[in-house]
Design a protein. Structure first.
Length: 81
């Protein structure tokens, strides 16, 4: 595991420690039982409410959206805005 992977794992753990109802209200999130849904740089994303894993929608299907830049930017905005 490299330093980027370690930071991503820590960011997800940090995200999961937050009160999800508070995040929903503060960030006006769309959500269901399993995911939060946001738009980032014009692309739809969903974030697992159980693991913090992120996916990006491309061509109508969900693909992995867990790059260092994606995770750090999106979760920083959600948790520390």
């Amino acid at each position: 595991m490299n330093n980027y992977d370690i930071q991503v794992a820590q960011a997800k753990k940090h995200f999961l420690s937050y009160d999800q109802q508070e995040l929903i209200g503060r960030c006006c999130l769309r959500y269901d039982e399993d995911y939060f849904y946001i738009t980032f740089l014009g692309s739809p994303y969903r974030i697992s409410r159980k693991t913090g894993d992120m996916q990006r929608q491309e061509d109508g299907r969900w693909v992995k959206g867990d790059s260092f830049g994606e995770v750090m930017t999106i979760l920083d905005w959600l948790c520390d805005s």
